[in-house]
Every structure is written in C-alpha cells, then in structure tokens.
Design a protein around this ligand. Structure first.
Ligand SMILES: [Zn+2]
Length: 312
C-alpha cells in the first residue's frame, strides 16, 4: 500500500499581498520538501457547489464569488482581519483545497492508498458557515468529514487539529454533527481566542485542548496521552482526518508553543497508531498553518514521512 499526495498548481496561484503571512511560498517549499518521499501523486479536483453547500450557505458562496477582484486584492474584512484576502486567481485554489481533501478521502476509502496528505492552500479550519477568517474561506477538513459521512456512508469520523490556533471553523461547522468527533489543541491565549474546554459541541462531540504559551512538546505529549488518545479510543473512528498546521513550531512567528520536528514525528506516529487500531490505518491529513518557511517545510516533511512509513 502507499501514501497519496493530492495537490494542484492552482493552489500556488492564490496570491496574497506582502503583509499577509499566508504566502504561496509556503506550499512551494512544502512540495519541494516532499520531493524525495515515495508518494503516489494526484491532482486535486475542483469541489462542486453541492459539496460546499453541505456546510456553507448559498448566500455565502455567492458572496465569495462576488468578492473575487478583477485586479489587485479584496480584503474580506478590512476592519478586523487584514490578512484574509482574495486575488483574481484565488477561486480555483479555494475550490481545489476542498476538492483535494475529498479526493484524498476517496483514495483512502477505496483502498487505492492507505493514507494521504492534501498539500493545499488556502487553509480551511477557521472558515465558518458564512464567515471567512484567518486566511480561510471554506472548511476544507469539515467538508471532508461531511463527504466521508454523507457520500461514503461512514458512521464515525474523527478530526484531530494540531495547528497552534483553535480550529474554530471546523468546530462551528460540525458542532451539531454527532457522527464527527472534533478534537482541537491550541495555544491559549491566542487568536481567535476561542477553544475553551467548556466548548464541547451539541452532542459532546467536540474536545478542546488548550495549551499554555511556552509549554513545549512535553506538555503537548502529556495532554494528548491524557485527553486526546482516550477520546479517540472511546469513539473508535472509521476514518481519521488531521488538520496539520505546523505553527506550533518553536520558530513560528505567530505563536509560542515551542514544538520541534520530533514532536510532530511523535504525534504523527501516535495518530497512526490510533488509525491502525480502528480504521485499517486510514488517515487523511491536510495542510493548515505554519508561517516560518523552513520550519514548515521540515515539519511537514517529517509528518508526511511518517505517513509513508506507516502506509506499508
Ligand atoms: Zn494556525
């Protein structure tokens, strides 16, 4: 068996102005870092409107399409969020980011590959039903969960989001979805200032794991051992989705969790252990944040290398 890599050049054409941390070079360097790994490569398709409408409203789709500029940039909310920005060539990237996760799920559930990584941008875990924020426009991984549940007919899908920021969008989009377990660890306090332990979902299907600034990889490992893995064991997912952000890295300019590559390696292996136990190893991981370019590339390569080691 093998590991799939789903990506598309259109994801590099989502251009952002210089002040925005989420830059095309992020994905370019991640892809370069994955070059030597034994991966089966696939082109990400464009997501359909029907797929987007499983969690976003028609009015929101129309709003996003209308916001695409002919030239220059559209800042979605200049008052509160100057970094969520569209360029004239952004729409295919947005649609392929969603499509990549769905394609990766199709590949894993058909048995063509054991696990897969969607190397995409823009990220998705901050996007809510009618609200773009934090570089995100559509809920890539939440839409992936819906795809696995509604199109493939799975009964239980778990999402683990280890990006340093709270996966507020994934949480909001799947708040009332009892077939999805959403687990998100995040530095707290940190933007977007949500993700308290009291946020547990409409069906006790959300687990928030706040981590203190400066707490480092040891605190992360302890929290995952004490809280995350037991919840996954109790839930027995049929598919494990990962929101893989690498901005908890010590070098990242946006946060202070002080993780290193070995922490991502440890966590990737432990999540694959869970997948081996309940899902036949089926893991679909998707790129979220990570803003120090070399730390992002090294950490993503470490994570995907573990997927390749575990796909055999
Ligand atoms: Zn982040």
């Amino acid at each position: 068996m093998a590991t799939g890599l789903v990506t598309h050049p259109d994801c590099l054409a989502h251009v952002t102005p210089a002040h925005v941390h989420e830059q095309p070079a992020r994905l370019a360097l991640v892809l370069q870092a994955l070059d030597g790994l034994p991966l089966f490569r696939y082109a990400a398709p464009l997501a359909s409107d029907a797929a987007l409408l499983s969690l976003h409203s028609r009015a929101y789709l129309d709003h996003i399409r209308a916001a695409m500029p002919d030239t220059g940039f559209t800042v979605m909310d200049p008052d509160t969020d100057e970094e969520t920005v569209l360029s004239p060539t952004s729409l295919p990237a947005l649609l392929r980011a969603v499509g990549a996760v769905q394609k990766a799920i199709d590949l894993v559930l058909s048995g063509e590959v054991t696990n897969a990584f969607a190397a995409i941008r823009p990220p998705g875990h901050h996007a809510e039903r009618e609200l773009p924020m934090g570089f995100c426009f559509f809920g890539n991984v939440a839409l992936g969960a819906k795809h696995a549940l509604d199109i493939h007919g799975l009964d239980r899908v778990a999402i683990v989001d280890f990006d340093v920021h709270h996966g507020n969008g994934t949480q909001a989009l799947l708040w009332d979805e009892p077939r999805a377990l959403v687990i998100t660890s995040q530095q707290m306090p940190l933007w977007p200032d949500t993700g308290d332990v009291t946020e547990t979902g409409a069906h006790d299907n959300v687990l928030n794991v706040p981590l203190a600034p400066g707490s480092g990889g040891a605190a992360m490992r302890a929290a995952y051992e004490a809280q995350v893995f037991p919840r996954l064991d109790a839930f027995r997912p049929e598919l494990l989705l990962i929101s893989a952000g690498f901005d908890a890295h010590a070098a990242d300019p946006l946060a202070d969790l002080v993780w290193v590559e070995e922490d991502y390696e440890w966590l990737s292996h432990r999540l694959c252990d869970i997948a081996d136990r309940y899902c036949g190893g089926r893991v679909v991981s998707t790129l979220e944040g990570g803003y120090d370019l070399s730390a992002l590339a090294a950490s993503a390569a470490t994570h995907v290398r573990v997927l390749t080691e575990r796909s055999g």
